[in-house]
Design a protein around this ligand. Structure first.
Ligand code: 5GP
Length: 113
């Protein structure tokens, strides 16, 4: 599996503003926030993209979504937030370690760019 900056954050080799952690995932503030609340929720397992996930990953993928909802609740934005997963360079993915963006705290327009 390829090494990314997110692996270094998981191993605490570089700092991040971590707001949640358990055995399967980590959630931390995006360093370049696109909304007043911008959290990244990542699996500890290195899955580069959603399209690389395999059947055995269904537990961790479900876990990420459940945690996203819980984190939104904890942050007080459960009624209005957006989850985004960019898959591939042309879709805007820049870090090839699967991650869910949780965006909230401002009006979120549709369709996204
Ligand atoms: P992508 O473009 O791959 O969907 O999202 C990658 C996200 O990771 C971007 O929003 C970017 O700001 C964030 N990011 C990249 N490097 C770091 C880092 O070192 N620390 C944190 N906290 N966020 C990062």
């Amino acid at each position: 599996m390829s090494e990314t900056i997110f692996n270094k954050i998981i191993r605490k080799e570089i700092p991040a503003d971590i707001i949640y952690e358990d055995e399967l995932c980590l959630a931390f503030k995006d360093v370049n926030p696109q909304a007043p609340i911008h959290i990244l929720i990542i699996p500890k397992k290195s899955i580069p993209k959603v399209s690389d996930a395999v059947k055995d990953d269904h537990n961790v993928l479900g876990h990420l979504l459940l945690k996203a909802g819980e984190i939104a609740n904890t942050l007080g934005v459960k009624d209005a937030f957006r989850l985004v997963i960019n898959n591939g360079e042309d879709a805007g993915q820049t870090v090839f370690h699967l991650h869910i963006h949780l965006l909230a705290g401002r009006r979120l327009n549709w369709p996204p760019g």
